[in-house]
Design a protein around this ligand. Structure first.
Ligand SMILES: Cc1cc2nc3c(=O)[nH]c(=O)nc-3n(C[C@H](O)[C@H](O)[C@H](O)COP(=O)(O)OP(=O)(O)OC[C@H]3O[C@@H](n4cnc5c(N)ncnc54)[C@H](O)[C@@H]3O)c2cc1C
Length: 470
């Protein structure tokens, strides 16, 4: 009988890697996680990148998917001290200085703010919001679709620009365009609105909370659970070949497709390796974090305590900006996705100060400097913003990839979530985490169900490994 050093090696400690590790450890497996960076967590890392006392999320900051995720709900990480915080305003979308569309926790008040679209919002997003639990189960395991995810597909698979034509109030149009733009797809193509309507529904169902203390708290809670179950974590070790890993029953790769191929491509089924090689990555991101000498001076006070903001202007401006990016150009007025975590979680900044930051989409690998354009855009909606800047930290696409090898050329979604790659991710199969080698599994956001902090790729990959080898 073969003897193993451990039962499973997990390469990469992002949310998917950590959830996979905990799922295996809960089943009694001895697990080690190996992480390339000195700090674990992947897209969950939080650091004082501007000034001491200002805690900025490097990547993910808002967690509707995390809170709604069946994987996180099953793990019950509040037992490890994990807490979330949010205000009543999940999302603020300034259209012009002083005037915004608001996505609130409450469906009725949100719909009332959307004028002529009130009934439509209530009927579609409000209904999905009430059914957030089965909806999240369907979205996060789309290979076993339920009625809710089929209904989401029927209403929202269409190009966002078509859906916008059915809306009459600019506030609804702007909010819908901004939500759909989280897909980083051209809004003229199908599927972006699937992401948008789901995010809107989760705002009503569970809100858009931040993790108290920073997203790092989610990674810390997962690591605490893993260690309590006897699992280990090694940091500062970039894995380059499966042949140099401890011998194990299973190896799970929370990596980019490129690293997965480098590490274990020679052991995978040729069809699977080809699918990894041909997975298309979309545009990158350019991010700026600021330490501020006080809250952002928004012209519209109704967004002062929003946890998240879309600085996009009208729906037409959002559509134009994302279309430019899809064509490989940097828009003059980028669409900004901003986290205002310190407005809902005071632990993020010293008293009276604010930690603020966010990103915009840019062509993959873009190497220019657009910090000034981004600050001008914030200043447009918050006159006096620049005077409050104490320090800034810029992360361009190259720096994104240096910080986390999964962010290829600054792309944050592990491969475009277009219709084809939402389902065939990386290949069309009921077990897309199985690579063709009985002992190697792929579990990053480049697998079903795709990008976001939900841990479901990790959980489903681990369950597949347990079913086959356990
Ligand atoms: C700027 C930005 C903002 C985002 N905002 C949000 C948000 O608000 N909400 C949300 O839900 N999602 C958000 N996301 C997306 C989310 O962070 C990712 O989808 C999620 O982190 C993917 O998890 P993962 O486990 O697949 O990979 P990752 O979190 O990327 O982790 C992969 C880990 O594997 C390690 N690794 C890679 N290769 C190797 C190797 N060869 N050897 C050892 N270790 C390796 C990496 O260092 C990294 O730690 C954002 C992402 C970015 C970049």
């Amino acid at each position: 009988m073969t003897s193993f050093d451990v039962d499973a090696v997990v390469v990469g400690s992002g949310p998917n890697g950590l959830v996979a590790a905990v799922t295996l450890a809960e089943a009694g497996w001895r697990v080690v996680v190996i992480e390339a960076q000195d700090t674990p967590g992947g897209g969950l890392r939080t650091d004082e990148v501007t000034l001491p006392g200002f805690r900025h999320d490097h990547c993910a900051s808002t967690h509707p998917m995390g809170v709604a995720s069946p994987a996180f709900r099953a793990l019950g990480l509040e037992r490890e001290g994990l807490r979330f915080a949010q205000s009543d305003v999940a999302l603020g979308h300034p259209i012009a200085p002083g005037s915004s569309g608001l996505l609130l926790r409450d469906v009725d008040r949100t719909a009332a703010g959307f004028g002529a679209d009130e009934k439509l919002w209530r009927a579609v997003v409000g209904t999905f919001g009430k059914r957030w639990e089965p909806l999240s189960r369907g979205i996060m395991n789309p290979l076993r679709p339920n009625l809710d995810v089929l209904a989401l597909g029927a209403t929202s698979v269409w190009p966002t620009t078509w859906i916008l034509r059915a809306l009459r109030d600019e506030r609804t149009r702007a909010v819908v365009a901004g939500l759909a733009a989280h897909s980083i797809l051209d809004l003229k193509q199908p599927a972006a609105a699937l992401v948008g309507v789901a995010l809107g529904a989760f705002a009503h169902g569970v809100g858009w909370p931040v993790a108290v203390g920073g997203s790092q708290s989610i990674a810390d809670a997962l690591i605490a659970r893993l260690r309590a179950l006897g699992g280990e974590l090694v940091t500062g070790e970039r894995v380059t070949s499966i042949d140099r890993l401890p011998s194990a029953r299973a190896v799970l790769l929370d990596t980019s497709p490129r690293d997965a191929l480098r590490i274990a491509g020679h052991r995978m089924a040729p069809r699977y390796a080809r699918a990894l090689a041909s997975l298309r990555h979309g545009p990158g991101v350019y991010k700026v974090d600021w330490a501020l000498d006080g809250p952002v001076p928004w012209a519209d006070p109704s967004i002062a305590d929003a946890g998240f903001l879309h600085l996009g202007g009208t729906a037409g401006e959002v559509v134009r900006a994302e279309h430019e990016v899809a064509r490989g150009r940097v828009p003059d007025e980028p669409f900004l996705l901003m986290s205002q975590a310190s407005a809902v979680d005071p632990s993020r900044a010293p008293a009276g100060k604010a930690a603020f930051g966010g990103y915009c989409h840019v062509p993959a690998g873009f190497d220019g400097d657009i910090t000034d354009a981004i600050e001008r855009r914030v200043e447009h909606f918050a006159p006096g913003f620049r005077e409050r800047i104490l320090a800034r930290h810029v992360t361009d696409p190259d720096a994104m990839e240096a910080h986390n090898a999964n962010l290829v050329a600054g792309n944050i979604d592990g491969g475009s979530p277009d219709l084809r790659q939402l389902l065939a991710r990386p290949t069309l199969s009921l077990t897309p985490w199985a690579t063709g080698d009985a002992h190697v599994f792929f579990c990053s956001a480049s697998t079903v169900p795709g990008p976001g902090v939900h841990g479901m790729s990790g959980r489903l990959a681990a369950q597949t490994a347990l079913a086959r080898l356990g």
